[in-house]
Ligand binder design. Structure first.
Ligand SMILES: C[S@@+](CC[C@H](N)C(=O)[O-])C[C@H]1O[C@@H](n2cnc3c(N)ncnc32)[C@H](O)[C@@H]1O
Length: 195
């Protein structure tokens, strides 16, 4: 992950968060009030762990399962379980058998950027499509999915598609997200009952 040594980087260091990404999730949470006590979250692309750190502070007796290719997570909390793996390689049904369903799925997963904004956006959308297909299996009606995506020309039709499955879909660009970054967050609220 590219390290940007800005105000948010320094703040994260001071507040003992593993990454500056925390402030994007905090802004999302301040706006949408998502992480209530007792909720169970699947955190995709969780390494090094700042989102999970933040959510653990919020969910009380709830729990978090984090997944990442990289095993650089250093969270020691009995409400947190880490699975090392690539989301394209595991069967979400396995996840459901092992942990049951989740209230919220978060994804900050991103491809390694190449500098080519077209191919980066395509790869990012592949990840987000996979996140939403995992959500189809592990997220019950009423559940919420939050996912980072790089803006590209195929994003709009994708958003239209997921509107069929969620009652409200918002796009949010946090202030702590660098202006030059093409990332934006999809917040899909209130999953509809399967047809
Ligand atoms: C920006 S970082 C996440 C930062 C994290 N939210 C935090 O607050 O510490 C993106 C992560 O996505 C992971 N990732 C990317 N593609 C993935 C995939 N296909 N499966 C699992 N993890 C993936 C990367 O390994 C990387 O750790």
């Amino acid at each position: 992950m590219q390290k940007i040594r800005d105000h948010y980087f320094e703040k994260a260091k001071q507040e003992k968060y593993f990454a500056r990404s925390i402030y994007k999730l905090e802004e999302i949470d301040k706006k949408y009030r998502l992480f209530k006590k007792g909720v169970k979250v699947l955190d995709i692309g969780c390494s090094p762990g700042s989102w999970s750190q933040y959510m653990l502070k919020k969910v009380g007796t709830g729990s978090i399962v984090g997944i990442d290719i990289s095993n650089s997570v250093r969270i020691h909390d009995n409400r947190f379980t880490f699975i090392q793996g690539n989301i394209f390689d595991f069967d979400p049904e396995f996840l459901k058998k092992q942990f049951g369903s989740f209230d919220i799925i978060t994804s900050d997963a991103a491809p390694k950027t190449t500098g080519n904004k077209f191919s980066d956006a395509v790869q990012s959308l592949d990840i987000v499509s996979r996140v939403f297909s995992i959500a189809e299996i592990i997220l019950p009606p009423g559940g919420t999915a939050i996912a980072k995506v790089f803006q590209g020309e195929d994003l709009k039709p994708f958003i239209e598609e997921i509107k069929n499955n969620y009652k409200r879909v918002s796009l949010f660009k946090p202030k702590s997200s660098r202006k030059e970054s093409r990332e934006i967050f999809i917040i899909a609220h209130n999953r509809r009952k399967a047809q």
